[in-house]
Design a binder for this molecule. Sequence first.
Ligand code: AMP
Length: 577
Amino acid sequence: MEFATFADRAGTIEAESADLEIVAHVRELLAGAGGDLEVVTRFAQGRVFAAWDSTTLDVGPSACYEAIARAAGTNVDAEDVEDKLASVGEIGAVAASYDFSGQRGLGAFTSAGDDQTGSGGDLSVREVADTLKALAAAEGSGSQDRKVDLLFGLFNRCSSEEARYLARLVLSEMRIGVGEGTVRDAIADAFVVPRDRVERALQVSNDYGNVARIARDDGLEGLDAMALEVGRPVQAMLAQAGTVTDALGEWDEAGVEWKYDGARIQLHYEPADADGPSESGETRVFSRNMEDVTDALPEVVEFAQETLAVPAILDGEVVAVDDDGTPLPFQAVLRRFRRKHDVAKAREDVTVRPVFFDCLHVDGVDLLEEPLTTRHERLRSVLVDWEADTDRIGDDEIEGLSLLWETADPDEIESIDAEALEAGHEGIMLKDPESMYTPGRRGKNWRKRKPDVETLDCVVTGAEWGEGRRATFLGTFELSVRAGDALETVGKVATGITDEKLAELTDLLDPHIVAEEGQEVDLEPAVVFEVGYEEIQTSPTYSSGYALRFPRFVGVRPDKDPGDADTLEQLERLRKQ
Ligand code: AMP
């Protein structure tokens, strides 16, 4: 396909606002793309590479301005291009405003009836794609100049409309209104295959161009044969915010997991081929955006090589931990994630470890369509060290495995939440145990427990000393509200925060200890905590007759005295809301 034809169609699509019409135009574009179908499909979305491929052109805006300026003529420089951009606001319009024909020999282009500027007409979509790939591959000294040269070579052959879309493509600003759903529908319509099967093929391959070509050439059978490939990342399944009440209302049972405060990773492991060059197998780690972060996370690679024995794609979180394995705040992971230089040095400062909660593929079998419980079982089986005596090892001791509880009991969920916080994690995730793995979807099947809408200011009337390493810290705090002159208890809150914060709270409360028995202490009313919660329930456990469900420490209210804390009436009012 001529690049001019692509640009012309892109212009038509951009001018259209009705979704159905856009799909129809993209369908036409794909149907007429011939041997360039893969490239055209990607270009329509503003991509040069497949969605799974994190290769970038690595060309900054200034190199692009430079190339445009050079093609525009001797009286234009990069600064002029930039100035124009500041007033026009969009690189496509800037590129389209120049007449590149002046820089070409008269015989270098043929007029295609574009009377505004000369139209190149001889540039094909394939040439643009090949040149941009060469540009992406250029590295080392002088590579930036080489990139500008290659870009100049392209702009130099462009009509104004071609330049508009080339500039946008190069700077990842295509924005003609073609989203993923549009391409899915257009492929289905153009090659007469069901949309849901196109969708599935897109999910497993993450390659729109390839799916379009297979839909056209091999039809439904070809699409259905598409599968995950170890080494090629897929989009991560995402979570929505939601409450325990909603989850239990909709599902027979909820799958409950700890929510780790780290960075999402997708691990791809392929064992060594007996004849292959590597003895330890091939491991790749991808971020949530499918960027290759393998080199930044050697601990994850080592974990995979020590633990896994079969090809696998695992989904999890990488967490920073201290020497005892206690999780550190998210900021610590950021010092390691995506790091390109001095990884060994950074590793000395911050240790990371992976925790996996899902698996998408094991030993030649794709598991996306299996229920969560089955996938979790498979995950467990690949992480178990078969050489150890597994009968005597509880799940807790399976390194790298995130536990999955299945329950319909809100009290059990509450205690899992409290344990998660106690262990230093963010809280819990709720998952439908029956649900499939849907890459890229932010559906209701995975929910992170919703942040609280309301908070209460409660007086801290008691506490418990922690255990083990935290024995010198007060950890769990008894909360009370005012009832006339008295204070009545409404619940306990585990803070699940850093040792530093626990030390601070201990210092704050220690002077107010009035009695101690075992781990439990009574406190004189002095300190007020702001606490979030999910629900207020009647309960015989606490003296107020009510209990805060899923209480959550928000912060200390140094500005409030116990006399300013919330009252039992207020609690009852909130409960009725
Ligand atoms: P958020 O980033 O707030 O949208 O929360 C969703 C993220 O929590 C996921 O993308 C994961 O990175 C992370 N996460 C931590 N623990 C889990 C878990 N057990 N299951 C799923 N996601 C988790």
